[in-house]
Design a protein around this ligand. Structure first.
Ligand SMILES: [Zn+2]
Length: 202
């Protein structure tokens, strides 16, 4: 979920350059406050991204986004106390390109929520492998649509068979990792933060 939100011009507080604030930031209390995830909403309130609190503050200080929810922490920079956001919203609507993520083992496991797509067992990454739904030996490609998370026993059982030959079909049709999937991940993360809920569950 690394939408590029930099290269925004202008600044609401020209006397407090965001770059200076970012480098001079220090927070009170919880040392993790600046790294906590912040939900980023489009101007339309559509959730589009998650970023670290530090980055969210820079976007707010640059006048690109406004704080919708706070997380209860403060940070101090240049003699001002800034409330750390939990949810921010971009002030101008951004068209979000149909983005796809890099095809990687990590992203496939993330998409499939570390769950074997044949027996629905959830396992640590180290105990999962990737299965070619249509085996490579049968012309299957290494693509988002043909790779699924799979446990080793299922992988062995399926071998070089096609899904219908093995009687093993993926639980969910594999798809590329698009914005829809990203929202799914945002929802998983949002479960732990009440302030995110109203933006993610509707
Ligand atoms: Zn399995």
């Amino acid at each position: 979920m690394s939408l590029r939100l930099h290269n925004f011009g202008g600044g609401m507080w020209p006397h407090l350059p965001a770059s200076m604030l970012a480098s001079g930031m220090h927070q009170e209390g919880d040392g993790h406050a600046l790294h906590q995830p912040v939900l980023v909403l489009n101007a339309s309130y559509e959730p589009i991204n998650v970023c670290a609190a530090r980055r969210a503050i820079v976007l707010v200080l640059k006048g690109v986004a406004m704080t919708e929810e706070e997380n209860g922490h403060f940070l101090h920079a240049a003699r001002v106390a800034i409330r750390v956001p939990s949810v921010i919203r971009l002030l101008e609507y951004r068209r979000i390109p149909h983005q796809s993520r890099a095809l990687s083992r990590k992203n496939i496991l993330l998409r499939d929520r570390n769950t074997c797509q044949y027996c629905s067992t959830t396992l640590p990454s180290s105990e999962l492998t990737l299965d070619h739904v249509i085996p490579r030996s049968r012309g299957g490609l290494s693509t988002w649509e043909n790779l699924v998370a799979c446990c080793h026993p299922c992988n062995r059982r399926k071998g070089n068979q096609l899904p219908h030959e093995a009687g093993m079909k993926p639980a969910r049709e594999p798809r590329s990792f698009n914005l829809h999937t990203s929202r799914h991940i945002m929802r998983l993360m949002g479960h732990s933060d009440d302030k995110w809920r109203k933006y993610l569950f509707y």
